[in-house]
Design a protein around this ligand. Sequence first.
Ligand SMILES: Nc1ncnc2c1ncn2[C@@H]1O[C@H](COP(=O)(O)OP(=O)(O)OP(=O)(O)O)[C@@H](O)[C@H]1O
Length: 153
Amino acid sequence: MKHSFYLADEQATTELAGQLANLCSRATVIYLEGDLGAGKTSFCRGFIHALGYKGRVKSPTYTLVEPYEINDWRIFHFDLYRLSDPEELEFIGIRDYFDDDCICLIEWADKGEGLLAAADLHISIEFIENSRSLTVQANNEYGQTLLSELAQK
Ligand SMILES: Nc1ncnc2c1ncn2[C@@H]1O[C@H](COP(=O)(O)OP(=O)(O)OP(=O)(O)O)[C@@H](O)[C@H]1O
């Protein structure tokens, strides 16, 4: 199951992300792909703020992962763009990031192939002139529930 959303500007990106965040009801893994500057981090920022985080959401480009604790959730925002060796993920204890109370947002997930939990949702963002098209692919039943609720908003 797949659905595309037209996002006119950055605010539309963060709003859609916030709607999705508020639908998540259990451990969730989301992969995000799109060229540099497509809006992956904007999406993650909207998602994390919608869950109630008040601070600055930094791009994890240099740290690989930024952790957030919000209510009973642990949110991990990964950016694997600079990952040179997948063993670095073993080194940071990657398996502990996919627990029952965790939501993982993973940019450039293809770089961690084989070491990451499977995605419930796979998001790809494309440029349309000065706006974006965001396509969500649901990979399992839980992902489908999230996507059909998101599409009805
Ligand atoms: N729907 C949208 N329409 C137009 N611009 C957008 C939209 N969503 C985000 N942007 C803009 O795209 C720019 C890049 O966003 P962002 O940094 O989130 O991209 P990114 O995919 O994370 O890039 P990188 O891979 O370099 O980290 C920002 O200036 C942001 O305002």
